[in-house]
Design a protein around this ligand. Structure first.
Ligand SMILES: [Cu+2]
Length: 141
């Protein structure tokens, strides 16, 4: 019996991969055109699923606000979209149609770190990122 059971016990436990859902919305209490949540801290290998809860949105990686060497991604408007993030670092996400209105979110893979924002971002996007970065270290309500 031992010889049969032992190999089974040595099988690696499957890693617990999480899927985090993000809604894309036209309005929330803190303003128009938002991702909900606007901030995620996930483990490498976790998946983020964007849901077209309200119409007109997508999710695209912001060049200059993704870990070096990672390929940018971009979803179609009004489409459900999943992306698995394996590289440690910060990923800025924008909604292509509403970027100028500040529709952005931040995903941190791994430990929280200093996030530097390029100066070329739209003003409202920078403001939203600053709110997100301020809020990420505060306890959840
Ligand atoms: Cu949008």
């Amino acid at each position: 019996m031992k010889s049969l059971l032992l190999p089974l016990m040595l099988l690696p436990t499957p890693a617990l991969v999480e899927v985090c859902e993000v809604q894309m919305l036209n309005r929330r209490a803190n303003g128009p055109m938002v991702y909900k949540p606007a901030y995620l801290n996930i483990a490498p290998g976790d998946t983020v699923r964007f849901l077209p809860t309200q119409p007109g949105h997508n999710a695209a990686a912001i060049e200059g606000v993704i870990p070096e060497g990672t390929a940018p991604f971009k979803s179609k408007i009004n489409a459900r979209f999943e992306v698995t993030l394996t590289e440690i670092g910060a990923y800025g996400i924008k909604c292509s149609p509403y970027y100028a209105m500040g529709m952005v979110m931040l995903i941190e893979v791994g430990e929280k770190a200093d996030v530097s924002l390029p100066e070329v971002l739209p003003k409202r996007a920078t403001e939203r990122f600053e709110q997100i970065l301020t809020g990420r270290d505060q306890p959840k309500e």
